[in-house]
Design a binder for this molecule. Structure first.
Ligand SMILES: [Zn+2]
Length: 383
């Protein structure tokens, strides 16, 4: 019931204002029947409420506002099948003003969108791009539809139109759309097309770390180690929190490039700073390969003291198992198992906007649809 009351607020606001205006105009008490309509809603009799509100003269702005709010309330409650006829009736009514018809058209488009009828929503939003007042919101809605349909070419065009009418900077979005197209080209093993699209992404948005992550991976696959190193080092400068995503391929490229001095210089850089756990773990493996177990263990111990994490503690404890006296081994093993369990239940990534949690990096949050908001969980419980 509490939720219903919240949903009714817009109807109450529109209706209350309407009733008050009538009272002022005619110097009579507010129309009692308006509250009758609200009563129908509160008593879960939506059909009677629709019938009652339907008796308001549709030509009056106040009455149209009340119906708009009523339709919106039904949509928010998930009852789009009730919202659609209310908004459609307003659109079809010849007595309402052009402004009100545009309001109703926009709400009807949102109803179709909520119902999953994207073709119909798209058609109405497209009509509204010619309306100065609604053009920015209509282009924005069309952009979200293109994203949902993963039509990235269309999204690029739509984003440009949205930017033109709203003044919003959409370069980061367009760069992501180029990256999506590059991803498709890479899956089809068309490396040249993929690289060309990644070039477009980095030209559109010079800070597009995603394009550099993808470009580095493609260059490594093509044995172009210098390009891979250069692209991964850009990611490190642009978004250091993405280091866990690139550290393995970066070490592979440094190793395969055959430049020992560059590889050692990079390891020295890592030694001098605080690192995410996957960076520590991968660097440890490389030090072990180059200089042996003892050097690797010293590095590991030094790093996990600098930046403690559950994952680090677990792996350190596992390392101690072999060195423990037999009587102690069972206890250490039990501790390792507990830490395994704790680490397993921790999400590696979280959206800073909606709180969505997951174990893989998404460039577009599956929860709220925002770009670049899913981030590595940093700290003792994460990286
Ligand atoms: Zn989100």
């Amino acid at each position: 019931m509490l939720n219903l009351l919240w949903l009714l607020l817009p109807v109450a606001a529109a209706g209350g204002w309407f009733a008050a205006r009538r009272a002022t105009a005619r110097d009579t008490p507010p129309a009692f029947n308006y509250y009758q309509g609200l009563n129908y809603l509160l008593n879960e009799q939506p059909d009677k409420a629709v019938e009652w509100f339907g008796e308001l003269s549709p030509g009056e702005k106040d009455a149209a506002d009340t119906r708009l709010a009523l339709g919106n309330m039904f949509r928010r409650r998930g009852e789009v099948e009730r919202a659609i006829p209310i908004h459609q009736a307003l659109v079809d009514n010849t007595e309402v003003s052009d402004d009100l018809r545009a309001d109703a058209l926009f709400e009807l488009a949102r109803d179709f969108e909520a119902a999953g009828l994207f073709d119909r929503a798209e058609s109405l939003f497209t009509q509204l791009t010619n309306n100065e007042r609604y053009a920015p919101r209509a282009w924005q809605s069309l952009l979200l539809i293109s994203e949902r349909e993963r039509d990235w070419d269309k999204a690029i065009e739509t984003a440009a139109s949205y930017s033109r009418v709203s003044g919003t900077d959409v370069n980061n979005l367009i760069a992501h759309y180029h990256c999506e197209l590059a991803d498709i080209a890479a899956q089809q093993e068309d490396v040249a097309a993929a690289v060309s699209l990644l070039q477009k992404a980095t030209t559109t948005d010079t800070d597009c770390a995603r394009a550099n992550v993808m470009w580095g991976a493609l260059a490594l696959q093509e044995h172009d180690y210098q390009t891979a190193i250069e692209r991964f080092e850009r990611v490190e400068k642009q978004r250091p929190e993405l280091m866990p995503e690139i550290i393995k391929p970066l070490f592979t490229a440094l190793d395969l490039a055959g430049d020992q001095a560059a590889l050692r210089a990079y390891i020295d850089r890592i030694k001098g700073r605080f690192n995410a756990y996957s960076v520590i773990k991968t660097t440890r493996a490389m030090i072990e390969k180059l200089d042996g177990r003892a050097e690797a263990d010293d590095f590991f111990k030094d790093q996990i003291v600098k930046r403690p994490s559950l994952k680090g503690l677990r792996d350190w404890a596992r390392g101690q198992l072999a060195k423990s006296p037999p009587a102690e081994r069972e206890k250490v093993e039990a501790m390792c198992d507990m830490l395994d369990q704790v680490v397993k239940d921790k999400p590696g990534f979280q959206c800073s906007d909606c709180g969505f949690r997951g174990s893989t990096l998404y460039w577009r949050c599956p929860g709220c649809g925002h770009w670049d908001t899913v981030q590595t969980v940093i700290g003792a419980e994460g990286e």
